[in-house]
Design a binder for this molecule. Structure first.
Ligand code: MN
Length: 370
């Protein structure tokens, strides 16, 4: 820490009104603060979020440096994966993680999933993190409004989390605080129940961090409390000028993480992934099926996962199944023509069109599945 006054902070987590367990976890260990929303159900979600924050605390850097904080989050990811392999929790468990380290005016953030970090400055609320969720992708693509996203039936499907992907990407960014700034970290149990304008008002009116977390969680419960609710509020307080001068990474007062659709996750195995991960894994894949006697291209993977449909019809090719060579036709009927990308599937279709069936080489296409 520099010579800045220590920020005051408070955290509260609550089971909500519909769930039978609380899978959220929080960390208030100045200068480190975090929330995590566990996924995977009872005796898995809370294990994942707990391991993630324990590991984050153990591996957190000494200084508020977002790259180093990101490394600690990747360490937490490995710990959750290792725990599932070792038999604690459950395969497919995962967790979101949103963390901030505060050092004087310098704020270092690391973020994965759909929990959020907000900044209240001069009474105005701004969201600092980008959700890694299906509905957030759809909002960015112009397919949903932010308001529609809050009520979308698949709003809890997230596209990135700790616990499944050893190569998981962490959003990291730095932010410079100003005197009087108030930070909020929270899980989706707050943001799906309480509108941003209400969060802004309650946060601005609260006398301090403890009062703020009380009123925010109460409001989420009053609105229905459909999910576990967790909030951490940090008042930056006065920031001495001496502390502001040497702050690393200054000059970007309003840096936001660019929206990035990192479908790299899709390269990983689908087996064992829970629905939140399955969506992103499935999205980049493609497969061919025989439908109404013709070859049809699907994006995704066959079937459903935990009630989430994971495939979308892309193209009816007009290629008659009966025109295919018997080997390829059998592979098609058996559901073996799966590809790691839509492009590869379309290339295979072009191969079916262009190669005379009598001389089709028996190379086929190796299944690209898990
Ligand atoms: Mn949640």
């Amino acid at each position: 820490m520099t010579g800045a006054t220590r920020p005051s902070a408070a955290g509260r987590t609550d089971i909500g009104r519909m769930r039978t367990g609380n899978e959220d976890s929080l960390l208030v260990e100045p200068p480190l603060y975090a929330v995590a929303d566990g996924l995977g159900g009872h005796r898995a979600g809370e294990v994942a979020s707990g391991i993630a924050l324990d590991t984050l605390l153990a591996e957190a850097p000494k200084r508020a440096d977002s790259k180093s904080l990101g490394r600690a989050v990747r360490g937490a990811n490995r710990a959750v994966i290792d725990a599932a392999v070792a038999g604690s929790g459950r395969a497919g468990m995962g967790t979101t993680l949103t963390a901030v380290m505060v050092d004087g005016p310098h704020l270092a953030f690391a973020h994965v999933g759909d929990s959020r970090a907000y900044l209240l400055r001069q009474g105005r609320l701004s969201q600092l993190t980008q959700d890694h969720s299906m509905v957030a992708d759809m909002v960015r693509a112009g397919q949903l409004t932010a308001e529609e996203a809050r009520f979308h039936p698949q709003r809890s499907v997230i596209t990135r989390a700790l616990g499944s992907d050893p190569a998981m990407v962490v959003d990291t960014f730095d932010h410079e605080a100003e005197p009087g700034d108030r930070l909020l970290l929270c899980t989706d149990g707050l943001t799906t129940m309480v509108d941003d304008t209400v969060i802004e008002r309650l946060l601005a009116e609260a006398s301090g961090p403890q009062a703020a977390v009380e009123v925010l969680v109460d409001e989420a419960n009053r609105a229905g409390g459909h999910d576990n609710i967790t909030a951490v509020v940090i008042d930056i307080g006065d920031v001495p000028a001496s502390a502001m001068a040497p702050a690393a990474g200054s000059g970007e007062a309003r840096r936001r993480v660019a929206a990035r659709l990192l479908w790299a996750v899709a390269a990983l195995a689908l087996v064992g992934a829970a629905a939140w991960g399955a969506y992103s894994l499935a999205h980049a894949r493609a497969y061919l099926v025989a439908k109404d006697g013709q070859v049809v291209v699907y994006r995704g993977v066959p079937g459903e996962f935990a009630g989430v449909r994971l495939s979308w019809e892309v193209q009816r090719t007009g290629i008659a199944v009966s025109s295919l060579d018997p080997v390829r036709a059998r592979r098609l009927e058996a559901g073996l023509l799966r590809f790691s990308s839509l492009e590869k599937a379309l290339a295979a279709v072009e191969g079916m069109r262009s190669v005379p069936q009598s001389s089709t080489p028996a190379t086929g296409t190796p299944p690209a599945g898990p």
